[in-house]
Write a protein that binds this ligand. Structure first.
Ligand SMILES: CC(C)(CO)[C@@H](O)C(=O)[O-]
Length: 501
């Protein structure tokens, strides 16, 4: 299934020919499909080649999954143009200094691929739920001794629904006016700027900021960082954009809707993915080459388009009745991911995908927190009766919540598929297959990063509240992991880095 390793010459040729091919292939596909599309049935139209949409795919999150997806997409025939969205200036610097390639190691083989574009995300400052406008002081600076930070936040910003901080720079930008001048004087003296974004980090890598609209976006950040990451590019996302989420946990789309797209009719389309590939970055290599990852376990990606109430294009009606057509960008993303052999991506109906997500959340709700709290590999949960008792208590609660969910009530076999016994056998089988792995949550805890616990056990607790099941075991486990993460965060912060002799 692995793509052939290209030579250096292949890579150079790929980069040179990228723009020309992008244009040519779009033109020829357009000619082919325009003629055909009219004669297709509804179901054929969903999967037919689509050419009237931009092919560029943006990837936000350059962790191990982001690198694997970007690398795999550049390995297919007629690859789409890919933009890596870097969240830190240091990462941009590292990219500029590097060979501008992503390297994936699979067994003994290392394959490097180039031809990527990069962008630096504009910085968005968010304090106490308020997005701070560029040039505005900080909540803590204003609060001082006489005011509490959340009171200062009210003075400084319009609150949760703040306008995007990084307005596209047109002709003028107040922040660049010499200090000491009043607003009027500034308005009379426009200061021309090139098409970039002003950001408080001023000047650093600003050539890498972009204002271009984003049509196809793949999000591979950790669940907990999704809203802050998307806030930085909110102004480039529209109704015709499709966002594909490839993350652990559930409930992220609810958060994105709440914080970024509260009006249904303004929302982009969403594709939800469940990824089972094992990818990691050995800590000793992470600093030396941030664009390297090891594809340790070959898995799959299950994908499903989330139905929307306001379809991007008109619904169609045929012999089989009325049905929604996916947004062109959703169809394009799905087609592109599923034609990438290394990813083994397959499309599912929303109902099937939901059930697969719930199974994964149930498995993760045991493996992730227990391995984090025990600081042990996944296999440690096997053949240990004390831990089996704990996991049974957790799963009994989770099973009850899932079986009570209103969206599953019309689906047959739910009680068997999500029984405590079946969930336990899933957990045991995953723990066995991945017995030598360090779970993603344990890796986060050890590194002093925020964990995804609120989107795993936290999701079960939240859904439990909705259906009247009080999830005390999940809640306790969640709070203990949050506490454990805080303890290690403090240790990491206070750590004095020392070179080993
Ligand atoms: C299944 C799993 C726990 C295996 O390590 C994985 O989903 C993870 O690490 O989060």
């Amino acid at each position: 299934m692995e793509a052939q390793a290209p030579t250096d010459r292949d890579i150079e040729t790929a980069v040179e020919g990228q723009d020309a091919r992008e244009h040519e292939s779009a033109e020829s596909e357009r000619a082919d499909s325009d003629g055909l599309r009219g004669s297709l049935s509804a179901i054929e139209a969903q999967s037919a080649s689509q050419s009237d949409i931009p092919r560029r795919i943006h990837i936000i999150g350059t962790g191990s999954v982001g690198k694997l997806v970007a690398h795999s997409l550049r390995g297919i025939a007629n690859p789409p143009p890919i933009t890596l969205m870097l969240h830190r200036y240091e990462l941009l610097q590292a990219w500029e200094k590097s060979k501008k390639q992503i390297t994936i190691q699979d067994g003994e083989h290392k394959v490097s691929r180039g031809g990527f574009d990069v962008e630096l995300l504009p910085e968005v400052r968010r304090q106490h739920g308020v997005e701070l406008q560029a040039g505005k002081p900080d909540v803590y600076g204003v609060a001082g001794e006489r005011m509490r930070p959340h009171e200062a936040a009210k003075l400084l910003g319009p609150g949760e629904k703040a306008a995007p901080q990084h307005q596209p720079v047109e002709e003028t930008q107040e922040q660049f006016a010499p200090s000491g001048e009043g607003e009027e004087a500034q308005a009379q003296q426009p200061i021309p700027l090139r098409k970039a974004y002003y950001n408080p980090g001023a000047g650093q890598g600003d050539h890498a900021y972009s204002t271009e609209p984003i049509h196809n976006l793949i999000v591979t950040t950790k669940a907990a960082y999704t809203v802050p990451a998307l806030l930085r590019i909110r102004h480039r996302i529209s109704r015709s954009t499709t966002i594909c989420f490839l993350q652990n946990g559930m409930g992220v789309i609810d958060d994105v809707n709440k914080h970024l797209f509260s009006r249904e009719e303004d929302r982009p389309s969403y594709v939800q993915g469940i990824i089972t590939h094992g990818v990691n970055v050995p800590p000793e290599v992470a600093k030396r080459d941030p664009f390297f990852a090891v594809h340790a376990g070959h898995g799959t990606i299950a994908l499903g388009v989330i139905p929307r109430e306001h379809p991007v294009r008109e619904e169609i009606e045929d012999d089989a009745g009325k049905r929604e057509i996916w947004a062109p960008s959703a169809r394009y993303l799905l087609r592109t991911l599923t034609r990438t052999p290394v990813l083994c991506a397959v499309g599912f109906t929303p109902t099937e995908l939901l059930q697969q997500q719930l199974e994964k959340v149930a498995v993760n709700s045991v493996l992730n927190p227990l391995t984090s709290l025990l600081d042990a590999r996944n296999g440690a949960l096997l053949y240990n009766f004390a831990l089996t008792r704990t996991l049974r208590l957790l799963l009994a609660e989770t099973s009850l919540v899932i079986r009570s969910l209103p969206e599953l009530q019309s689906i047959p076999n739910i009680n068997t598929r999500f029984s405590t016994q079946r969930l336990e056998s899933l957990v045991t089988s995953v723990a066995d297959k991945t017995r030598d792995n360090i779970s993603s949550m344990l890796a986060d805890v050890r590194a002093g990063r925020k964990t995804e616990i609120e989107y795993i056990n936290g999701y079960i607790v939240k859904r439990g509240e909705e259906v009247g099941v009080s999830c005390v075991v999940n809640y306790t486990i969640m709070q203990t992991v949050v506490g454990k993460a805080m303890v290690t965060q403090r240790d990491v912060r206070d750590d004095v880095p020392m070179e080993r002799p």
